[in-house]
Structures are given as structure tokens and as C-alpha cells.
Ligand binder design. Structure first.
Ligand SMILES: *[C@@H]1O[C@H](CO)[C@@H](O)[C@H](O)[C@H]1NC(C)=O
Length: 354
């Protein structure tokens, strides 16, 4: 399933709650529980934030009996995963480097990325297997990049035209058609609109149609919501305006870029689902394959131990107040949502306390 901005329908309800609640009016009353000191310049905390309405994760949280995540016999990405990046629109070099550092952190070792790390986080994803018992690969590489600087299909994309963007990219050298190990990641800049972006989706994954692209290729799209709807798609680095307009309640992003730091958790969500359900016939819960609940959906909005009911879980803050929950390569830090573990039958991440 796509990453959905699930708290939108709650606008009205939240407005009502606000009328009788002072907890948001004075954010300094929000509990910030200082516990273990994870390092000289960090402390752990579990901030209370305006709630996201997360039907799946909230309902299933801590109650594995309710989750019927099942394997539907299709393939998972068990060979080393080649990511082909399509930068659609205008991207600044530091933004590209940040996203690439995240992607390259998935396979980085412990010397490069201290625990809790992005690589540790991907270990949960790699617990999923196909019918032959092959696990999802722990090797993820950036196999190619393509910049669509001229907005080849305009600045308003649809679920179908995004496939034409991929078709243009694979037609251009040196971007191969890699239907064995390839996944195609289309990232749109903040001035690009996408059908349902902000209203219904922050990102989605699917596969291309042979009639559009010539091949069946698993792909994901994620947009930079920085200008359009950070309070929807870069949560918790921005909170809705009726709750204080990105001021009180929002958390400081780990790399000082609300839009891109917000995208990274959405990219993480989509990559985890793309790997475990690339053709939408492998791992998902629910009976409806057109609206599957996948391994990222089950844990949306959870970033640490003790999350739920308006809490995102215990995460860390550096001395500048920037929030993160895991380390990546080159000293990078990221805030990534947790993933459903098939072993623990619960949401899990490397920064868990137990
Ligand atoms: C592969 O998946 C199985 C089942 O979840 C798990 O027990 C095992 O540890 C995994 N192996 C690797 C190498 O990740």
C-alpha cells in the first residue's frame, strides 16, 4: 500500500478536540522523558505529537493476533537489489547526496554505520522469504541514475504517466532494463504534482505494464512534499497548520531538510514493501489484493519503543535538537519508521529498547 496521509480525515475531529484540550496550546507541557544517555551529545525522548490516524498500525500495534500477514507465493527480491534512481525535476546536489547516503546505508557495515543503523533496520526486511526459502537480499546498490531535468512529462504526473517517465529513462542509455534485480525509484522535486499526492498518498509502489514500458518492472514513486504538504507527508517534521503550523509539536529533522528528511522515511517504507511484495503477490495482509496492507503499512507512524496513542516512540535528539532514530554512513542520521517483523510478529526497529 502507499504511504497514506491518514490523519487528514481527522481534521474536523481534531478541531473539536482542540477546543477542549490545552495540551497542544502549550507544547512545553508535553512529556519529554529523558532516560538513558545514548552518547555524550544525545538524549532519548518520546515526544507526544498531534496524532496521525493510522488505522492499520494503531489497530494492530502490540496485538499480533489481529494481523494476518500472509505469503501469497509470489517472488521477493532475493538477489542483490539494483536501484535505478530517476531524479525528476530540479534537485540540489546536497539533496541527492542525502538520499543516496540513505540508500547506500542499507548495505553499509558496522564500521561505517554504528548501531542502531539503517543496515540493522533492513535486517527486519531481510527476514522475509519466498517459497524456496530465499531471504530478501541484504545487498542494495545504486546501479544507475537518470536526471529528468526537463520534466519530460510535465509537472503534473499521474499513476500512468509516471510509467512513461520510467519508459523514457530505460530508453535512454545508459539506463538498462533490469527486470531480474532492478527496482526503479522515481523521486519528484517539490514543484511536481502527482495524482493524489498529499490528499491520498505520499508515495506508492507498483510495477510497470508491458503495454506502457515494454516490461514488467517493479517501481516506487516518492515526492518531495516540502512545499506542497510537509504537515501531511513530512510528518513528524511538520504538523498541520490548525495545530500550530509546523511550530509547536513538530520535530527538528536530522539533516535540516524537512521535505527530504520526510521523504526518506517514505522511501524506506516503499523499499521495504517493494522488496517483500514486488509484484503485489507475495507478502501482505488483508483479503483484497487491490488494497493490500503491507509490511510498512502495519507500522506507519512508529519510530521507537513506546509508540502509539499520539507518541511516535522513543527516538533520539542530538545536541542541536535534531531528531533521529538510526545512523547511516558518513555520520548521517535518519528518522525511519519501523517495519513489521515476521519473526517477532510485531513492529520492530534497531533502536528498540528490548
Ligand atoms: C531468513 O529468514 C528466516 C525466516 O524469517 C530467518 O529465520 C533467517 O534468519 C533469515 N536469514 C537471513 C540470512 O536473514
Amino acid at each position: 500500500m502507499p504511504v497514506l496521509p491518514k490523519f487528514l480525515p481527522l481534521l474536523a475531529l481534531w478541531g473539536l478536540l482542540q477546543a477542549s484540550s490545552s495540551s497542544f496550546a502549550n507544547p512545553h507541557e508535553e512529556p519529554e522523558v529523558q532516560t538513558l544517555n545514548p552518547g555524550p551529545e544525545c538524549f532519548k525522548f518520546n515526544p507526544k505529537l498531534p496524532p496521525r490516524i493510522l488505522p492499520s498500525s494503531k489497530k494492530f500495534e502490540g496485538s499480533s493476533d489481529l494481523v494476518h500477514l500472509r505469503y501469497h507465493m509470489g517472488p521477493v527480491l532475493s538477489s542483490p537489489i539494483n536501484i535505478y534512481l530517476i531524479w525528476y525535476g530540479k534537485w540540489a546536489q546536497p539533496q541527492k547526496l542525502l538520499i543516496k547516503d540513505f540508500l547506500l546505508s542499507i548495505s553499509s557495515n558496522h564500521h561505517e554505520s554504528p548501531s542502531p543503523s539503517v543496515a540493522d533496520w533492513w535486517r527486519t526486511v531481510s527476514l522475509y522469504t519466498d517459497q524456496t526459502g530465499a531471504n530478501i537480499s541484504r545487498t542494495v546498490v545504486i546501479a544507475g541514475e537518470y536526471s529528468d531535468l526537463r520534466y519530460s512529462h510535465g509537472n503534473q504526473l499521474t499513476r500512468l504517466s509516471v510509467q512513461q517517465v520510467i519508459a523514457s529513462a530505460v530508453r535512454s542509455a545508459p539506463f538498462p532494463v533490469d527486470h531480474r534485480n532492478g527496482i526503479y525509484l522515481i523521486l519528484t522535486s517539490q514543484d511536481v504534482m502527482m495524482q493524489d499526492f498529499c490528499r491520498a498518498v505520499c508515495g506508492f509502489h507498483y510495477f510497470t505494464f508491458p503495454s506502457m514500458v515494454g516490461y514488467t518492472l517493479p517501481y516506487a514513486w516518492v515526492g518531495n512534499s516540502g512545499k506542497q504538504c510537509p504537515e501531511v507527508c513530512a510528518y513528524p517534521f511538520a504538523v498541520p497548520g490548525y495545530m500550530g503550523g509546523g511550530g509547536p509539536g513538530s520535530l527538528s529533522p536530522p539533516n535540516n531538510d524537512v521535505g527530504v528528511d520526510g521523504m526518506i522515511s517514505v522511501i524506506a517504507h516503499e523499499l521495504a514493501e517493494l522488496s517483500s511484495n514486488p509484484l503485489v503477490n507475495a507478502w501482505y495482509a488483508g483479503e483484497d489484493p487491490t488494497a493490500p496492507t503491507e509490511i510498512g503499512d502495519l507500522c506507519e507512524g512508529l519510530y521507537g519503543t513506546g509508540g502509539g496513542g499520539g507518541y511516535i516512540g522513543q527516538v533520539m535528539k542530538d545536541k542541536q535538537g535534531r531528531t533521529f532514530n538510526m545512523n547511516g554512513r558518513r555520520g548521517r542520521r535518519f528518522l525511519l519508521q519501523w517495519i513489521w517483523s515476521p519473526v517477532l510478529k510485531a513492529c520492530s526497529g534497531p533502536n528498540a529498547l528490548d
